[in-house]
Design a protein around this ligand. Structure first.
Ligand code: UT7
Length: 319
């Protein structure tokens, strides 16, 4: 028998405030028609002052623990994927640890922008299989609304806030994370970045993106890494029940599925309701489809993402 990191439960959390394209168009020079046609986005949730990356991450983690039927005291590893932590340090994972009343454990943040959840999942998977932990919380939580330039219509309409989480348990068997492949290519740093930081400007900065160029790289990289991860698991796209993509743009999701020869209805899509929530988008989409009954135990899932860096990756998971 093989020791694997099995998804014991999932959860998610969204800020209370839900903003439509029409509402945005009241203050930004844009339209519902443009946003829907170019991106598929209809709504996004925007955090109020009292809703933070740590508070949303805590809520998502609580809901994942409840779904898994696991007491917070059993958690011995917390990995939070985020690019919008509450503070530069300490890691927001430690704030979530305290909020959940978890005692001594390992807790840290991982920063790989939109691929962050896959990086966090892979780190936790390796730690569980290597024996460094037994029960992990892997969380993606973001408040990108805080780093958006609301004067830049090319970016501010695309993003939203939210959080998703999974509880991973080290268990013997055929279920769990079967393979992960991660990549980075820093030559593309300047296509998607934040123009501030503690070691440079001393400010938090705002998100900047050359969308068309990012789009061009996305489909090619995502198709390649999904095939690579499936091959590592000894599987092909014919074996896939559900693709759970990072939700950046409906057109990227459709083009990626087409190139893999996958039917559109095998792709979980939440970009219409959540917009791009960066590291939170995959666990948010996963939890949505688990709760609405589409994803069932035994299904083969492929999780995939690409984001700033560039970073990109894919994980193959038997749910
Ligand atoms: O999560 C990380 C990964 N990120 C991504 O994957 C994002 C990838 N990129 C994209 O999703 C798309 O490139 C965008 C949605 C960002 C943009 O779509 P596009 O079809 O590439 O549009 P564009 O940037 O080339 O802009 C086309 C036109 C421009 O006007 P002109 O120059 O043709 O007159 C823009 O000024 O659309 C205009 N435009 C807008 N119009 C109305 C740009 N933003 C808006 C807007 N509302 N919000």
């Amino acid at each position: 028998m093989t020791l694997r990191a099995v998804i014991a439960g999932s959860g998610s959390a969204l800020p209370k405030r839900r903003v439509s394209n029409e509402q945005l168009a009241e203050t930004v020079d844009t339209s519902d028609e443009w946003i829907v046609e170019r991106t598929g986005i209809k709504f996004r949730h925007i955090a109020d002052d009292n809703e933070t990356t740590a508070s949303l991450g805590t809520e998502a983690a609580r809901s994942a623990l409840a779904a898994a039927g696991i007491d917070a005291g059993e958690i011995d590893l917390i990995v939070l994927a985020t690019s919008t932590p509450n503070q530069t340090f300490p890691a927001s994972a430690t704030i979530i640890q305290t909020n959940l009343g978890i005692g001594d454990c390992t807790a840290f943040d991982v920063q790989a922008v939109c691929s962050g959840f896959l990086y966090a999942l892979s780190v936790a998977d390796n730690m569980l299989r290597g024996g460094a932990a037994k029960t992990a919380l892997v969380i993606g939580s973001e408040t990108f609304s805080r780093i958006l330039d609301w004067e830049d219509r090319g970016t501010c309409v695309l993003f939203g806030d939210g959080a998703g989480a999974v509880v991973l348990k080290a268990e013997e068997g055929d279920s769990g994370v079967l393979a992960s492949k991660l990549h980075a290519d820093g030559r593309h740093n300047q296509l998607l970045y934040v123009d501030g930081g503690p070691s440079t400007t001393g400010t938090v900065g705002k998100l900047r993106m050359r969308g068309r160029e990012v789009f061009r790289h996305a489909v090619v990289n995502l198709v390649a890494v999904m095939n690579e991860a499936l091959e590592a698991a000894g599987l092909t796209s014919d074996d896939v029940d559900w693709v759970i993509p990072h939700q950046a743009n409906r057109r990227i999701l459709d083009a990626t599925a087409r190139k893999l020869g996958l039917a559109e209805d095998k792709v979980i899509i939440t970009v219409d309701e959540h917009a791009n929530t960066s590291a939170a988008s995959i666990p948010l989409a996963l939890d949505t489809a688990v709760r609405d009954g589409r994803i069932k135990r035994g299904d083969l899932l492929v999780l995939e993402a690409m984001g700033g860096g560039f970073t990109w990756g894919a994980s193959v998971v038997r749910y």
